[in-house]
Design a protein around this ligand. Structure first.
Ligand SMILES: [Zn+2]
Ligand SMILES: [Zn+2]
Length: 399
């Protein structure tokens, strides 16, 4: 089959690779109809995540049709359309019993690597380095899905791929980011990063009852999407200081909660950026936490800082004094996707949200290297790329 493979920093290529096989009685093989490139794939693309190996198949946001199944998979039939959550979860271990699905204790065969780096291991993740299991990802024609009797969600008839694909990651991730803010009526929520996850965090903040939602970014097309599709206020941080703006428009108190939907490759004008960029480039600091620092400083006393942007290792100049002295709560985690798939599918069915609004580009799997390039460089107003692995070349859409 064809698959999009990581070949090195800023180098992904479509390669011919062996078809996936059923290895376990709880596996299914999915023929992938839609898959997406995620902002966190860019951390792999840009070489910030260790333990990637040449030839690794990328992609953790995918859906498709069940074409083969192991004998213990009783809840799915051949031909079912399914969306696959990005964390691989057994459904019955200590963590899964507590709904902490991205911390499944049974799905990371390379737990020892993660234990060395983080103390304990999280769950395995599709297409996301050997630290999280080295599983082949979904930017391919087919994928093997372990624990398929637990994680994947059957798509009801009448829903298009574009409406449900993001249940695999970014919609639940954004939703969890907002849910961790414990939003009360009248609350003001500020969101750093108006990429796809930030858009879903803002939209979810409204769904959960926020009165004001403020999106912070520097790309005009993302800020426009936040205003027009989500109804958020926006700040371009290259023009206006978020700290000043948030201070002034909340009576000097600050937002009730701040969401970091940026993560380890954040950017800011001025000297702090250069400081972090240099430290990161010489590996003296693995992550650049500029958005996180700002979210902490902006948040009102006693408020919540919710972190859904991805971090890999260590950060520098972390304002913990501000957290401690001002009674801030920090909540974070890789999304426990399986907790949210059903309730969020219901919201989609009720028409409360059509997650397809974030898609700016749809292309054939063969064009994945181009998709990574324009997404990484924010060219052509690219916000979210969907790849179609089974498009015939003659019917290729590129919009
Ligand atoms: Zn993702
Ligand atoms: Zn588990």
């Amino acid at each position: 089959m064809k698959a999009n493979c990581w070949m090195g920093k800023k180098d992904v290529r479509i390669q011919d690779v062996p078809d996936p096989q059923i290895l376990n009685a709880r596996d299914v093989i999915v023929k992938i109809t839609s898959t997406a490139i995620c902002g966190s794939d860019l951390h792999l693309y840009n070489g910030f995540v260790p333990t990637m190996e040449k030839g690794d198949i990328l992609g953790h946001e995918f859906m498709g049709e069940v074409v083969e199944k192991g004998e213990d998979v009783k809840n799915l039939e051949i031909g079912d359309r399914v969306v696959v959550p990005f964390p691989i979860s057994c459904g019955s271990c200590f963590s899964c019993q507590r709904g902490l699905f991205s911390l499944c204790e049974n799905s990371n065969p390379n737990a020892w690597m993660a234990e060395k780096m983080w103390g304990h291991s999280p769950a395995g993740i599709f297409g996301y380095s050997h630290l999280t299991g080295g599983f082949a990802g979904g930017q391919a024609e087919y994928a093997r899905v372990p624990f398929a009797d637990f994680g994947p969600i059957k798509v009801p008839e009448g829903l298009r791929d574009e409406q449900v694909l993001f249940l695999s990651d970014i919609f639940p991730t954004g939703y969890m980011g907002a849910e961790m803010c414990n939003i009360q009526p009248g609350d003001t929520i500020a969101v750093w990063g108006c990429g796809p996850v930030g858009q879903f965090a803002m939209k979810s903040a409204f769904l959960l009852g926020a009165e004001r939602v403020i999106g912070i970014d520097r790309f005009p097309e993302r800020l426009k999407m936040a205003r027009e599709k989500v109804g958020a206020e926006t700040i371009n941080y290259e023009e206006v200081s978020p700290l000043d703006f948030l201070h002034e428009t909340t009576g000097g108190r600050g937002p009730d909660a701040c969401i970091d939907a940026v993560g380890m490759e954040s950017h800011t004008p001025g000297a702090v950026y250069a400081y972090d960029r240099i430290k990161q480039s010489v590996m003296a600091e693995s992550d650049r936490p500029i958005a996180l620092r700002e979210a902490i400083m902006a948040c009102r006393n006693g408020g919540t800082v919710s972190v859904i942007g991805v971090y890999g290792g260590f950060i520098d100049k972390f304002p913990f004094g501000s957290v401690m002295n001002r009674s801030l709560t920090i909540r974070t985690g890789q999304c426990h996707v399986q907790r949210y798939t059903r309730p969020l599918l219901e919201r989609i069915q009720k028409g409360e949200i059509d997650p397809g609004f974030v898609i700016t580009h749809t292309m054939a799997l063969d064009d994945a290297p181009y998709g990574y390039e324009i997404f990484n460089n924010k060219q052509d107003d690219c916000i979210k790329v969907v790849l179609k692995p089974h498009l015939s070349p003659s019917s290729r859409l590129l919009h």
